[in-house]
Ligand binder design. Structure first.
Ligand code: CFM
Ligand code: HCA
Length: 531
């Protein structure tokens, strides 16, 4: 391993060193780039990871806006997932949008001692009577599993009583090792109980957008471009998405997968059950967006669509050309460290490269080996007790609704030209010598910032200010620091502007870190040695 990593590892006790070493890779040092991922964080280490409940309710379910999402648990769990992720949603007059509400059973000590089912039943009833939503979800938090409240019985009874779907999710925070377990649990239930139950009409060039959560309005920018070209978006999973549309997702002719980590389960299951292939896309970055649009047009293979795609690309590029030049000048030659959840540390590298910024280290909080090394490694991933804990949903071909838009021969031919039902992961696209570190912790973050001295640190709220107090500009790639959209053509400019200002502001020259002003230890020599 290169020197910087070795130095960091030396600080650890031997057992910790042995563990953390496996989560670190230097690109180009060997051919395999095998990395350990999706395993437990060592207790005591300050990780950036979240919990299973956050991945299920906060990430996958939360953005569905016509659903009342009830959190069965202490109020903090609900509060934490109430809009902080910035998955925006808007609705036409008369349509439901419950995103601004925070629904919880507000479990108290007495509920934990005597059981909380009664309170949950009342909460579901009250939510139904007040809001008459399309559907209700119930998400379990840690205490629910510990005391054994039967959320499924409550959901079943409520479903019979009110005549709407009430879906229960066993996403207790402690299940699995991170948010990732929660994605899987949410995917399973949506696939089993929702997708396939609708029968909406679909138009020409019909698609679903999977793994796009409309953070800071990204999904709106993507939808704008796709609609301008002429695509019919059947459903979006799940940013500004609806339960109503999700029911007919099986009717689209192609699934786009933006965030592979959080939604690959649904993408795979739809392909097995309904025959729809998925295309790995990336709408972050100008070149990636263009590549994605060309792949999509080629999949449908219609000359009119291919031509229209080129017209839109030309128009969009012309609208950003001038601004792009300015920001490229401000970003040229800088370096970045990226540490985000499970896909953005990969997706942003292209955009940064286009602006002239090199990514010298990247890592995921909870990505799996396939997100790093590509899906080819899936058969070789060791199953451990934690992964075995998360149920796998087995789906089979739906004889009635199974449909092939393209012949198997055509699909095979296209697979050579585009990532159809394939994801090659982050490492392949990184430059030799760069670091890839999984589940980066606060100690390692500080050490790497000191050693690599990047101009830009892209991460989340937990470590943003660690970097900024060291005089390094930090951009949150989760919440976008209340800015956005960053996707597509126009989004690339918003991002370029935000980071150009952040890196080049004279503010940094006024900052003297506290440890440079105040001595960390104070004392006096009272007696000279040998005197
Ligand atoms: Fe996918 Fe996401 Fe991400 Fe993710 Fe997340 Fe997120 Fe993220 Mo925060 S679904 S893996 S669980 S792209 S909430 S919108 S920003 S960690 S990199
Ligand atoms: C989550 C949500 C989060 C947290 C962001 C952060 C998000 O994992 O529960 O730590 O800054 O994007 O809001 O990833």
């Amino acid at each position: 391993k290169l020197k910087s990593i070795q130095k960091i590892l030396e600080e650890y006790p031997p057992k910790v060193k042995k563990n953390r070493e496996k989560h670190m890779v230097v690109k180009g040092l060997d051919e395999k780039h095998e990395i350990e991922a999706n395993t437990r964080t060592i207790p005591g280490i300050i990780t950036n990871r979240g919990c299973c409940f956050a991945g299920c309710k906060g990430v996958v379910l939360g953005p569905l806006r016509d659903v009342v999402h009830i959190v069965h648990g202490p109020v903090g769990c609900s509060y934490y997932t109430w809009g902080t992720r910035r998955h925006k949603g808007r609705s036409e007059a008369g349509e439901d949008n419950f995103l601004s509400y925070c629904f919880t059973t507000d479990m108290q000590e007495s509920d934990i001692v005597f059981g909380g089912e009664k309170k949950l039943r009342e909460a579901v009833k009250e939510a139904y009577e007040l809001f008459k939503p399309e559907a209700i979800t119930i998400s379990a938090t840690c205490p629910v599993g510990l005391i054994g409240d039967d959320i499924h019985a409550v959901a079943r009874d409520a479903q019979n009583e009110f005549g709407i779907q009430v879906l229960a999710f066993d996403c207790e925070g402690y299940k699995g090792v991170s948010q990732s377990a929660g994605h899987h649990i949410a995917n399973n239930v949506l696939m089993r109980d929702v997708i396939g139950t609708g029968d909406a009409e679909t138009g020409k060039y019909s698609i679903n957008i999977l793994g796009e959560y409309n953070i800071g309005g990204d999904g709106w920018e993507i939808s704008r471009i796709l609609s301008k070209i002429g695509y019919h978006i059947v459903s979006i999973m799940t940013g500004d998405g609806t339960y109503k549309e999700l029911k007919s997702a099986h009717k689209a002719d192609l699934n786009l997968v933006q965030c592979h980590r959080s939604i690959n389960y649904i993408a795979e299951m739809i392909e097995v059950k309904y025959g729809t292939p998925w295309l790995k896309v990336n709408f972050i970055g100008i070149e990636s967006t263009i590549k994605t649009l060309r792949h999509m047009a080629k999949y449908f293979g219609d000359q009119a669509l291919i031509d229209r795609t080129e017209v839109v690309i030309t128009e969009e590029l012309a609208s950003i050309e001038e601004s792009l030049k300015i920001y490229k000048r401000m970003c040229a030659g800088k370096t970045a460290l990226l540490f985000v959840g499970g896909s953005r540390a990969h997706h942003y590298q292209g955009l940064l490269r286009e602006l002239g910024i090199e990514t010298v280290m990247a890592g995921y909080e909870f990505g799996h080996r396939d997100d790093y090394e590509g899906r080819d490694v899936i058969p070789y991933i060791k199953m451990d007790a934690d992964s075995r804990n998360i149920p796998e949903l087995q789906v089979t071909k739906d004889e009635k609704n199974y449909r092939l838009y393209l012949s198997p021969e055509k699909i095979e031919a296209l697979k050579k030209e585009m990532p159809l039902s394939r994801y090659d992961g982050m490492i392949k696209e990184m430059k030799g010598g760069s670091y890839i570190i999984d589940d980066l912790n606060h100690f390692e973050t500080e050490e790497l910032l000191k050693k690599l001295k990047p101009s830009l640190f892209c991460s989340g709220i937990k470590d943003k200010f660690v970097a900024q107090k060291m005089g390094i500009f930090s951009k949150q790639l989760h919440s976008y620091d209340y800015s956005g959209p960053y996707a597509g053509f126009k989004g690339a400019i918003v991002f370029a502007k935000d980071i150009s200002m952040g890196m080049n502001t004279p503010t940094w020259s006024f900052i003297t870190p506290p440890w440079k002003k105040i001595p960390m230890l104070e004392g006096k020599i009272v007696k000279e040695v040998g005197a």
